[in-house]
Write a protein that binds this ligand. Structure first.
Ligand SMILES: Cc1cc2nc3c(=O)[nH]c(=O)nc-3n(C[C@H](O)[C@H](O)[C@H](O)COP(=O)(O)OP(=O)(O)OC[C@H]3O[C@@H](n4cnc5c(N)ncnc54)[C@H](O)[C@@H]3O)c2cc1C
Length: 377
């Protein structure tokens, strides 16, 4: 890149790379910081991505092929005492409720797209630019160095992820079970509509997680089969298992002036997990991060011709627009997690009764499903 960059993006996860591509499309010169690190293990997770995320990634030609992005045509959410909520793509009048996307495939698509984008220069160290966007994930060192408070509430849970092969085809159905300790098991359809492959995300008590990770494959298969009530028949582990500690957090400031810069000529903004983290039970963390990237790119695109990309007024527009959305999702997922964390008195009966009642409320269900799909109406 002959001219100096206008935006420096620190962190080349899915949010950082997506933002780099969105800005480059608007002819903004981007430096993307990728520090030289030892090759990490391949991520065995699969993400539930919503309609808005799909449209965004497709517009960047970074959406994985059909074998790596499986449509969810139905979602069955089961309570601990017979409560059940069913979401259906047909009833929502959409092609899919979400797509279960293979994480390494998506990362590869984005890495390839960045490689062929001349407006994006990959650098190993941060460089000075009118705007620095911090996309370093939840443990962001830059955010901490900027003195931003990121109050973390830890859940006493770890999420175990793995891939399994089921005896029966998943038929495009995503299953989720809540138990009375707030543990949540999800089996998500993968490998195309008729496949038998499923991605597991099992949020379990942090004290139980090490034992589940240490179990033999046969013991683990049996534990998952039992927790999933055998809906897909016997299950076979096909990957390693990995676990993530779970927390909820939101940064108190998302934008500001660079401390070492003179005046407000250099500014910063946070995006993705560097700005917020939510419990994965609703599969929304990355969807929120991609919506941040889309919004930030949009305010930069729509700016008056005389404003710099790092103009504090633009950044405030971005922060205002995204913070409300993130808070709403954070409260909703936390509320759901809390609802199933207690088994005292009449609570189990009430929450399952509530689920059955909710299942019958067409309009509210339609509205909630639209929110989760990233459709506002
Ligand atoms: C078990 C589990 C399941 C999940 N399932 C879903 C789901 O189904 N749907 C969904 O939408 N979300 C899901 N999420 C959330 C999702 O994983 C995150 O929201 C998403 O990965 C955040 O992306 P990011 O790019 O902001 O951060 P990250 O993915 O953390 O990427 C940050 C990048 O920055 C780099 N970095 C860090 N520090 C520096 C530095 N100092 N300088 C330069 N680079 C740096 C890192 O190496 C990394 O590449 C799940 C999370 C978990 C734990």
């Amino acid at each position: 890149m002959a001219l100096s960059p206008e935006v420096c993006i620190r962190g080349a996860g899915i949010v950082g790379r997506t933002l780099a591509l969105l800005l480059a499309r608007e002819r903004v010169r981007v430096a993307l910081v990728v520090p030289p690190v030892a090759a990490a293990k391949e991520d065995i997770r699969a993400y539930a991505l919503n309609t808005a995320s799909r449209a965004l990634l497709e517009s960047l030609r970074a959406w994985p092929d059909a074998a790596h992005a499986t449509p969810v045509r139905e979602m069955l959410v089961n309570g601990d005492e017979g409560g059940r909520v069913q979401f259906s793509a047909v009833r929502q009048k959409v092609d899919a409720l979400a797509w279960i996307v293979d994480v390494p495939a998506l990362e590869q698509q984005l890495a390839d797209a960045v490689r062929f984008q001349p407006q994006v220069e990959v650098v190993s160290e941060p460089v000075a630019a009118p705007l620095t966007v911090v996309c370093e994930g939840k443990a962001s060192a830059t955010r901490d160095a900027l003195g931003v408070s990121y109050a973390v509430t830890r859940y006493p849970q770890h999420a175990i992820a793995a891939r399994l092969e089921a005896a029966q085809s998943h038929d495009g159905v995503a299953h989720q079970w809540f138990n009375d300790h707030g543990e949540v098991l999800a089996l998500l359809p993968m490998g195309g509509v008729q496949s038998h492959s499923v991605a597991l995300v099992w949020s379990v008590d942090q004290l139980r997680a090490p034992a589940l990770l240490a179990q033999s494959a046969d013991e683990f298969n049996a534990a998952v089969s039992e927790a999933s009530h055998g809906v897909l028949g016997p299950l076979q582990l096909t990957s390693e298992r990995a676990a993530w500690p779970l927390s909820r957090a939101i940064a108190d400031r998302w934008t500001g002036a660079m401390p070492q810069a003179k005046g407000a000529s250099q500014t910063w903004a946070l995006a993705g997990d560097a700005a917020h983290t939510v419990h994965p039970l609703a599969g929304q963390g990355l969807n929120l991060g991609l919506a941040d990237a889309a919004m930030l790119a949009d305010v930069i695109k729509q700016r008056e011709y005389w404003r710099s990309v790092g103009d504090p007024r633009l950044l405030r527009r971005y922060e205002r627009a995204r913070r409300a959305d993130v808070l709403q999702m954070s409260l909703a997922t936390d509320g759901l997690q809390q609802l199933f964390s207690h088994s005292m008195g009449p609570l189990p009966v009430l929450r399952n009764w509530g689920m059955r009642g909710f299942d019958r409320t067409r309009l509210l269900k339609h509205w909630i499903a639209n929110q989760a799909m990233g459709l506002k109406a």
